[in-house]
Design a protein around this ligand. Structure first.
Ligand SMILES: [Zn+2]
Ligand SMILES: [Zn+2]
Length: 439
């Protein structure tokens, strides 16, 4: 009896001591170090952010931004490639131990938007857009993405010898779309082989969000952001005097029928319990004056989908409805749908696996499962090739009303410096945890 009590006590003591004295797993020790280094680098990240914000550059023109990034990465002793997809920069950090290749991506471009925020680091920069001089602003927050990733590069390069694998830091141009007639963005980076040599096993990326509170992270497994395809429908009829419509084949009436019939694509053909879908007509052009029925009408619009099969079905339905409606009216319709951006698809297995990493850095209650967005992101081109996880990082100052803040791409768009530390820590945690158990 006594012995049993004694043994029991000893066992309890040993158990307590064991959990007390046993070393933390290698992964959590590494992460603790990364978080400390992240806090140390935060003031620099904020300075970089202000500098980049004050000097924004349009898509495929991110020359100075790229120079700053490249010189920072070179200073960290990394192998650096510049001029990837025109202005992109890729730094490769080879860890001291074998392991997978993790890619981290930040987009670098700004927008033709005049800044209205009253900040010491407000943008006063002008740029050229379609031959016009325009004010330029980081109105989507890509300045924070660049600064955060530069910070992550500094943190992880200080842990090089302990890293179990390789990190590719991908600084991407032209997320907002290359100027007409130019290639660019993630698609061109993939085409130029950014995910090869060494071959990337998984990719992580984040987007700051002006309506998500600082300290929070939003995510969605599967289709998180929509695919986007622009379409053009050219409706051809027969021109006539407006006073004698019987001698025309009226492309205006035909176009109106096409627009109406196309409303049934989402409302009658899409299984909306699965995912959302959008067909929007954004422009109609035809005719010049009241008494001429024109020969041609052009309709332009956008298609958004969160599921590949649904996207294909929309394309098929739109072509069919446009051509058959026109045919029924004696006209013709020529439908072109561009290649667009794919769905930003968070690999469900990777998302489930990495969620605890985010919950650890942000706190479980601050990692929020969100509805999909029908906006689009060219991060999707990376995810077409390798499993990827794209998250939304809170940038809204605490206590603000999310329904009242300025949205992305507007002159009053604002995200707070305070949000960036969680961004640095999150990307570090995702990288280190993935390296610890890649499969
Ligand atoms: Zn944007
Ligand atoms: Zn953006």
């Amino acid at each position: 009896m006594k012995k049993t009590v004694y043994t029991g006590l000893m066992a309890l003591l040993m158990l307590t001591c064991q959990s007390w004295i046993s070393p933390a797993p290698a992964g959590s020790k590494l992460k603790a170090k990364a978080y400390q280094l992240a806090e140390k680098v935060e003031p620099k990240v904020i300075d970089w952010r202000h500098d980049i914000h004050e000097h924004p550059e349009l898509s495929n023109r991110e020359f100075k931004t790229a120079e700053k990034i490249a010189s920072h990465l070179k200073g960290l002793g990394m192998e650096v490639k510049t001029g990837v997809a025109l202005t992109g920069v890729v730094g490769t950090l080879v860890g001291g131990k074998p392991g997978p290749v993790v890619a981290l991506r930040a987009d670098m471009d700004a927008l033709p938007v005049p800044e209205r925020n009253d900040l010491p680091w407000k943008s006063k920069v002008m740029g050229e857009y379609y031959g016009q001089s325009v004010p330029v602003m980081h109105a989507c927050g890509h300045d924070t993405h660049v600064a955060i990733l530069m910070g992550v590069a500094e943190v992880l390069s200080q842990m090089k010898s302990e890293l179990k694998g390789t990190v590719k830091f991908i600084f991407q141009p032209a997320e907002e779309g290359a100027p007409e007639g130019e290639e660019g963005g993630a698609e061109l980076m993939v085409k130029e082989g950014v995910l090869e040599n060494p071959k990337v096993d998984a990719i992580f990326g984040l987007h700051i969000n002006s309506a998500t509170e600082v300290g929070s992270i939003r995510y969605k497994p599967g289709g998180a952001l929509a695919s986007v395809n622009s379409f053009t429908i050219k409706v051809k009829g027969r021109q006539a005097h407006g006073s004698a419509p019987w001698s025309s084949i009226d492309p205006i009436v035909t176009a109106a029928q096409i627009i109406n019939n196309a409303q049934t694509i989402v409302s009658r053909n899409m299984m909306l319990t699965k995912e959302a879908a959008v067909v929007t007509f954004g422009s109609i052009h035809g005719g010049v004056r009241s008494n001429i029925i024109p020969e041609e009408v052009t309709l332009v619009g956008t298609i958004r989908a969160l599921d590949n099969d649904m996207r294909d079905q929309i394309h098929e339905r739109l072509r069919s409805i446009a051509t058959h409606t026109a045919e029924g009216m004696g006209a013709t319709a020529e439908v072109t749908i561009d290649k667009g951006y794919p769905i930003t698809y968070n690999d469900p297995a990777l998302t489930a696996k990495m969620l605890p990493s985010l919950e650890e850095v942000a706190g479980k209650e601050n990692v929020i499962l969100s509805a999909a967005s029908t906006g689009a992101e060219d991060f999707s081109f990376f995810q077409e090739k390798v499993p990827g996880f794209f998250i939304f990082l809170g940038g809204m100052p605490k206590g603000k009303d999310a329904s009242k803040v300025a949205s992305h791409h507007t002159p009053d768009f604002y995200v707070d410096d305070e949000g960036m530390l969680l961004g640095i820590k999150s990307l570090c945690a995702l990288t280190l945890d993935y390296m610890e158990s890649p499969k």
